[in-house]
Design a protein around this ligand. Structure first.
Ligand code: MG
Length: 246
């Protein structure tokens, strides 16, 4: 009898606590989180401004890009504009990155030369492996998944937002890096959103694997890695490149 009373008392207390925990709050303050606050970042007043916490990769004074062997790039730098020197090879950012917001501006050569993938072709590789295509796609046909803004050979862009040949384009790339476990198994895919000249052309797109010109995407274990800008043999120019770690 004594044990039954203790058990009943315990159940009453337990049920009371459970009911209290699941009860819908009636005070709006109950669901307000005041424990922390976002970092203050100075917002942009014009497209040429840079967020206050951005890391500069290219501006009027700085070229934070090098060759893959660590030596200075041979690409042409003049008045804040960095232009591919065909045949000199890809370049990489000096620093490595993972999740980030990358802003870059690119321009295809004013003089139209070549067609398809041979016209104003370059690319920005996220973590050195995943290419977002850069291509003069203005009045220039090519395969669907090789267009400007494609996750190259994996996902075509949602729209063709290319500026006229020779005009500046803007990419804002929001990137979530893939996550691997200790055995190298990918437990979470990479995702990318791309805004091209203000138009969303990749919307949280899942990256299948590494960019391959021939063959299918591969699964490769990696950590933080530099960006790569591609030398595809065309005189593509860049300016105003910055990145914010997320
Ligand atoms: Mg390319």
């Amino acid at each position: 009898m004594h044990k039954c009373l203790i058990f009943l008392l315990f159940m009453m207390i337990f049920c009371g606590v459970s009911k209290a925990q699941s009860a819908e709050p009636t005070d709006p303050k109950a669901t307000e989180d005041w424990s922390r606050r976002p970092t203050i970042v100075q917002s942009l007043k014009s497209s040429s401004d840079i967020p206050s916490d951005a890391i500069i990769l290219l501006n009027q004074d700085q070229v934070n890009w090098i060759k893959k062997d660590g030596t200075p790039t041979d690409w042409t730098f003049e008045k804040g504009v960095l232009t591919v020197k065909p045949g000199s090879g890809d370049i990489i950012s000096k620093a490595s990155f993972e999740d980030c917001h990358l802003h870059l501006e690119w321009r295809s050569p004013l003089i139209v030369k070549g067609e398809g993938q041979g016209r104003g072709n370059s690319g920005i590789f996220l973590q050195s492996r995943y290419e977002i295509q850069i291509l003069d796609n203005y009045n220039n046909e090519t395969y669907y998944n090789g267009q400007a803004g494609a996750v190259y050979k994996q996902h075509p862009p949602l729209a063709n937002a290319c500026a006229k040949t020779g005009d500046w384009n803007t990419y804002d790339i929001i990137y979530k890096a893939p996550v691997f476990d200790l055995n190298g198994y990918k437990v979470s895919a990479g995702y990318v959103t791309v805004i091209h000249n203000g138009i969303v052309i990749q919307n949280n797109t899942e990256i299948v694997g590494t960019t391959e010109y021939i063959g299918f995407p591969k699964q490769v274990l990696h950590g933080g890695a530099p960006f790569i800008l591609q030398d595809h043999g065309d005189l593509v120019s860049f300016r105003n490149i910055w990145v914010r770690r997320l």
